[in-house]
Structures are given as C-alpha cells and as structure tokens.
Design a protein around this ligand. Sequence first.
Ligand SMILES: *[C@@H]1O[C@H](CO)[C@@H](O)[C@H](O)[C@H]1NC(C)=O
Ligand SMILES: *[C@@H]1O[C@H](CO)[C@@H](O)[C@H](O)[C@H]1NC(C)=O
Ligand SMILES: *[C@@H]1O[C@H](CO)[C@@H](O)[C@H](O)[C@H]1NC(C)=O
Ligand SMILES: *[C@@H]1O[C@H](CO)[C@@H](O)[C@H](O)[C@H]1NC(C)=O
Ligand SMILES: *[C@@H]1O[C@H](CO)[C@@H](O)[C@H](O)[C@H]1NC(C)=O
Ligand SMILES: *[C@@H]1O[C@H](CO)[C@@H](O)[C@H](O)[C@H]1NC(C)=O
Ligand SMILES: *[C@@H]1O[C@H](CO)[C@@H](O)[C@H](O)[C@H]1NC(C)=O
Ligand SMILES: *[C@@H]1O[C@H](CO)[C@@H](O)[C@H](O)[C@H]1NC(C)=O
Ligand SMILES: *[C@@H]1O[C@H](CO)[C@@H](O)[C@H](O)[C@H]1NC(C)=O
Ligand SMILES: *[C@@H]1O[C@H](CO)[C@@H](O)[C@H](O)[C@H]1NC(C)=O
Ligand SMILES: *[C@@H]1O[C@H](CO)[C@@H](O)[C@H](O)[C@H]1NC(C)=O
Ligand SMILES: [Cu+2]
Length: 622
Amino acid sequence: MAKLAQMHPCLLVVLLFAGWTLAKTVTYDFNVSWVNANPDGLLERKVIGINGQWPLPVIEVDKGDRLVVNMYNGLGDKNASIHFHGMYQTGTSDMDGPSMITQCPIVPGQSFTYNFSIDQNGTYWYHCHTDFCYPDGYRQALIVHDEDSYFRDLYEAELTLTVSDWYHDLVEDIRFLSLYNPTGAEPVPNSFLMNDAQKSSFPVKPNTTYLIRFINIAAFVGQYIYIEDHTFRIVEVDGVYTEPAEADMLYLAAAQRYAVLLTTKNSTEKNYPIVMVADAELLDSIAPTLQLNNTNWLEYNASAPHVEAVVQVDSSADLVPFDDINLIPSDGMALLPEPDHEIEVTVVMGNLRNGIGYAFLNDITFNAPQVPTLYTVMSSGNLSTNEAIYGEYTQPMVLKHNEVVQLVLNNNDTGAHPFHLHGRNFQVIDRAPAYGKHFYDYHDIDPVPFDPNNHSAFPTVPSRRDTFVVPPHGHYVIRFVADNPGVWLFHCHIDWHLAQGLAMVFIEAPDAIQLTHHIPQQHYDVCRAAGVPIEGNAAANTKDLLDLSGQNTQLPGLPSGFTARGIVAFVFSCISAFLGMAFIIIYGLSEPQALQKKDSADEDVTHESVPAGNAEQKTAAA
Ligand SMILES: *[C@@H]1O[C@H](CO)[C@@H](O)[C@H](O)[C@H]1NC(C)=O
Ligand SMILES: *[C@@H]1O[C@H](CO)[C@@H](O)[C@H](O)[C@H]1NC(C)=O
Ligand SMILES: *[C@@H]1O[C@H](CO)[C@@H](O)[C@H](O)[C@H]1NC(C)=O
Ligand SMILES: *[C@@H]1O[C@H](CO)[C@@H](O)[C@H](O)[C@H]1NC(C)=O
Ligand SMILES: *[C@@H]1O[C@H](CO)[C@@H](O)[C@H](O)[C@H]1NC(C)=O
Ligand SMILES: *[C@@H]1O[C@H](CO)[C@@H](O)[C@H](O)[C@H]1NC(C)=O
Ligand SMILES: *[C@@H]1O[C@H](CO)[C@@H](O)[C@H](O)[C@H]1NC(C)=O
Ligand SMILES: *[C@@H]1O[C@H](CO)[C@@H](O)[C@H](O)[C@H]1NC(C)=O
Ligand SMILES: *[C@@H]1O[C@H](CO)[C@@H](O)[C@H](O)[C@H]1NC(C)=O
Ligand SMILES: *[C@@H]1O[C@H](CO)[C@@H](O)[C@H](O)[C@H]1NC(C)=O
Ligand SMILES: *[C@@H]1O[C@H](CO)[C@@H](O)[C@H](O)[C@H]1NC(C)=O
Ligand SMILES: [Cu+2]
C-alpha cells in the first residue's frame, strides 16, 4: 500500500480502469517428505509429497505477483531443489533451481526460500531438479492467471489437465546408468496418469467455453491427446499466446504445455473420452500389461455411460497431431535478424570405456562442475567471460549481452528429444522432418543435419516456446536474444537422457550477472551443509581460474571396433563364462565403429570410478 500512496491519484484511476490488479506476494510453505500413494491402482509406493500430501499443490498466481516458496527438505535420504519450468527469472537466475548450475543441492534437514516475481502469462509447472528426483512424484502444475489475455472474455471456466508417465520403482532402484544396460534403453513406465490418477471424469456444463491447460509433467514419455468428437482452438503454447489455431489433436513431449479453448456441446446425453495415447516409438520394450491408451472423460452427465475409447491406429506414429511450428504468437514478434552468435551441436548416443551408455552433444557428455556455475560467474571477476573457467565437460557457452543467438541442434540419434532452454522461450525457425506422417522419415536413413544453404524459408513470425522436439535423425534451428543475464541449462527433458549427460550450459552476459545479481546468504548456507565449495572455477580452484585440473571429466571412449553389442556380449559373458570373448569378437567388431571419445589428458582421472560389478554412474547432478 505504500506504493499506492505515492502514486499520483490520476495514475491510480488509470490503472484501475485498465483493469490492473496490484501485484501481491503469494507464499507457499513446502515441507517435502515421503508419503505413500497408489495413483494407478496397481501398486502403493513411496512418493515425494508436500505437507504430507500427494498429488502436490498446484501453484497459482496472477501475472505480476511475487511467488515465495519456502521449501524444507524433510526427505531424510534425498537431496532436492525446485525448478519453476518456463519462468524467465529475470534478475533472479539464482532462483532457477538446477543443482550445481545455479545453486547447491538442498540436503535433508535444510531449507531454501525461492522468491521471484512473475511477469509472464500462462501455463507452467514446477519440478525437482536435483539427481533425478521428479520421477518420484516431485512435479506439479504452475498456473499464471492473466485477466488481460485477449481471450479472457471467450471462456467461462478453466480446467488444468496434467499427463505423465508413472514408475512403480523408486528412481534409486531403477538400474539405468548401468553396465547391464549398455544400449541406454530407457526404463519403461508402468502406467500413465492424468491429474495423477486414471479413468477420471471432469464434469463440464453444456454450451460453455472452457480454457483447458494441458501439461506433460512426465519424466520421459510424450502423449498424443484428443477429445472424441471435439475440436478446440490453441491459444497458448509454453506461456506464449498464439493466434487461435483450430486443432483436434496435440502432441505433448515431456515438459510441453498448451492452453486451448473448447466449447462444449449443447447436449448432455453422452460423455466423451479424453484420450491419451503414449508415444510408443520412445519405448524400447512394451510389456503386454502396459496400457498405452488411457481414457478419462469430459463428463456432461454423471449418470450416462463412461465408455472407453478405442484407438483406431496400428501405431502411435500414425497419429497426426497439430504441428507446433505453425503456431503464430499473438504478439507478432518478427523473425530475429541474422545471428551474431551461431552454435551448432549434434545429439549422439554412445558408450564410454566403462561400457555404460551416455548421451553427448558433439563429443561431450555433461559432467557437473564442482562449483555451481553461477557461483563461478560471481567469483571470477573479469575472467567470467572466459569459457574455459566453467570446465570443458559442462560444455559452457558464454553469450554476450543482447546478441542474437542461433542454435542448430542436429540429431544423430534415432530417438526424438524434447530440448528445453531455461530462462526464456525461443523462436523456432526450422525443423525437419515435420510433425505428422513424415516425422519418422529420416529414422532409417543417415542423419540429415541442418544445411544453411538449403532449407525452407524461415517463418516471418516464428512460433515460440521453451521446449521443442528434435525429430529422429533430423534437426531444428532456434533463435533468441541474449537479453536475460543468467546461467541457463539447455537439456533434453527426458530425465533419463539428462542423467546420461544430454545437457550444456549457457552463461549469458556474465559481466552483467555480476552487476545485477546478489546471491543471498541462504545459498551459501545450503552449500556448506552439502559440503559444496562456493567459489572458483569448475574444479573449485580459486587461485588459478584457468587451471581446471581435478574437474569432473568423462571417461575415454571404447577401444576402436568395440560396440554396444560387444558390451552386451561382454556382460553376457560375465554371466555365462561359456560365451566370453568369442561374443565380443564376433559381435563387437561387426557393427560400425562405436563413438570414439578423444581421450582426456589424464586417462585415470574420472569423476567417479566404476567399481567392478557395480557399474552405476551418474554424470549430471542437475
Ligand atoms: C515436516 O513434516 C514432518 C512430518 O511429515 C515433520 O516431522 C516436520 O516437523 C516438518 N518440518 C517442518 C520444518 O515443517
Ligand atoms: C547430496 O549432495 C551432496 C553434495 O553433492 C552429496 O555429497 C551427497 O551425497 C548428496 N546426498 C544424497 C543423499 O544424494
Ligand atoms: C523476496 O524478495 C523481495 C525482493 O528482493 C524482498 O523484498 C522480500 O523480503 C523477499 N521475501 C522473502 C520471504 O524472502
Ligand atoms: C448456448 O448459449 C448461448 C449463449 O451463451 C445461447 O444463446 C444459446 O441459446 C445456448 N444454446 C442452448 C442449446 O442452450
Ligand atoms: C502476455 O499477456 C499480455 C496481455 O496480458 C500480452 O500483451 C503479451 O503479449 C503476452 N505475452 C506473451 C509472451 O504471450
Ligand atoms: C448449441 O446450440 C446453439 C443454438 O441452437 C447453436 O448455435 C450452437 O452451434 C450449438 N453449439 C454446439 C457446440 O453444438
Ligand atoms: C443423463 O443420462 C441419463 C442416462 O443416459 C439420461 O437418462 C438422462 O436424461 C441424462 N440427463 C441429461 C440432463 O441429459
Ligand atoms: C492403443 O493404441 C495403439 C496405438 O498406439 C494401438 O495399436 C492399440 O491397438 C490400442 N489398444 C487399445 C486397447 O485400444
Ligand atoms: C552425425 O551424422 C553425420 C551424418 O552421418 C556425420 O557426418 C557426423 O559426423 C555425425 N556427427 C557426430 C557428432 O557424430
Ligand atoms: C582483471 O583483473 C585483475 C585482478 O583484478 C587485474 O589485475 C587485471 O588487470 C584485469 N584484466 C583486465 C584485462 O582487465
Ligand atoms: C535440399 O534439401 C532437400 C530437402 O531436404 C533435398 O531433397 C535436396 O536434395 C537438397 N538439395 C541440395 C542441393 O542439397
Ligand atoms: Cu532425450
């Protein structure tokens, strides 16, 4: 109210007439602890709850509000943090949440207060961003209400629908980064959920327009979503309002969101399935008991039958969702000019000498720094603009303030990857192949990298979002202005791929970060409790910032001619002595040469040695 009093009375009146509400602070206290839940009715398991509850509370704020989340880690046996997915965190990069990037992991018994203002619109979510803790249930919707949206008068009610995959095992019990899984096959979920349940009915009134927000809060699997016999208009994608786009089916990769306007029918005789079809192309093996298609209902009439959908296609790849590259942001932001800074990286899956399957951008698999990158910025003075201090294995990219950045992401993998950039949305200016029936066209041919001399015309008003899928063996190109000083992770949002190192870090205007950011004392308290150093380069060297010896590094590559199949055979040979070296020789040499990592300076320096017989290893602490 102090601010109000200082305002000129006329200005106040103008503000009231413009329909402005005054920014307020919305506070949540999160006591994070284990609780039990059984969302699919198949198995009760431990999940990460908040204040003794799961599903977790939906965070709701109005645009312009300040959000304060007081988090206490009451898990006892697990580190945690919170990332507020899609939040720009302008001036508050230190509130972004990923461990070892912008803060230390919050160890059990410690508290941390997230505190930032939200000057953006739409549909977001929050999730744990430390050591792969969100598949255990630590994720939920975050909604920013906006009374000023151009479609505000078009809807009467709102509905938020999250979709996700669900595992019966705790993350710690899933042996993923393991010698026993040399091909890096992702753990296949046990079920799929909508609003953390199954077969739910969402009552609607007839002849009424709803704003429905869809959010994929999964750790891994994308979903096709449609509502039988209904079409809708997309009005928002990942927090960006769009010109209304008529659609009848959406694809939501992990972390993606849409808001749509849907007008219900006049008749109340029937209920209509809201159909989720899991993207089975992502799954390496499908147990016969896994329900790939799941029905929930738009319920017009509780006493009418609730009939399960029959999905009419042979494979989820035959479904044709709306192509998000065609969305036009309603603010009309034009294609950014030719870039000042071009970055080109290629997704590659491969094995390192320990036999474990990793993920690479070019030839680097992400290894967390020993000091959170943001603190390296703050403690490096005029060396902050020197990429070297952030360590080779975080794949740092230092951006200059306000430069136009173009990022080309080529995919040498046969899987699709939803890549997310923290701290902003970006213009999506090219992608091949297109969504729909051609999406898998490059799957069985050599990867097709972006060719700057041969591509389709860039849109004049490109689609913008914060998570975008790169197709199998295809590519995408994005542009953005580096106008948000901060440290921002760029990573695949399939959490298993992040665990395999599919990440890199953007250090945007580090000199400006030093001027605009002040790291609150609570950060350092949390680090002290975790035993993590708070100054120096990626190797925690405070004396000579250019000396990275002791940094976390990746192992060398496999010996020439040794392939993943060779490793399968090798593992098999450990189990069955009969089939030892012969298998390695026969299968190991029969496939194209495995990914060759250039050996790091010192072969013996690995960030974590792999004990014989127990080859689990985690690379990315983020
Ligand atoms: C958090 O909840 C646990 C029980 O779930 C309780 O024992 C503990 O005192 C709470 N801690 C705080 C800081 O609220
Ligand atoms: C929490 O993080 C610290 C610092 O990285 C680490 O030493 C510790 O082992 C972690 N604790 C758990 C339970 O993972
Ligand atoms: C949140 O940050 C604002 C701005 O820095 C500050 O005024 C306020 O006291 C903070 N609130 C809490 C609970 O830390
Ligand atoms: C549907 O609503 C509109 C206005 O909201 C009204 O004009 C119309 O009569 C309604 N139709 C039925 C069948 O209720
Ligand atoms: C956010 O909402 C305002 C209207 O409330 C609109 O002018 C602005 O373009 C929206 N921003 C985005 C990115 O859609
Ligand atoms: C509902 O009824 C009104 C009035 O008869 C009609 O104009 C409208 O198209 C109907 N809406 C739907 C969704 O069928
Ligand atoms: C609801 O469904 C029941 C059973 O089909 C039907 O008898 C009833 O008329 C319906 N009610 C409305 C309001 O449409
Ligand atoms: C589920 O969808 C798949 C397509 O992904 C289809 O092949 C399968 O037959 C469907 N199953 C049922 C029970 O509808
Ligand atoms: C990706 O595939 C292309 C085409 O096969 C190849 O030329 C390129 O070297 C590969 N890139 C990496 C980083 O492996
Ligand atoms: C950087 O800072 C150091 C120590 O603060 C100073 O000695 C050096 O001259 C500075 N270098 C440049 C290029 O400004
Ligand atoms: C240009 O790209 C198209 C589509 O990918 C391809 O068919 C064509 O062969 C390319 N042309 C050249 C000259 O590379
Ligand atoms: Cu991925």
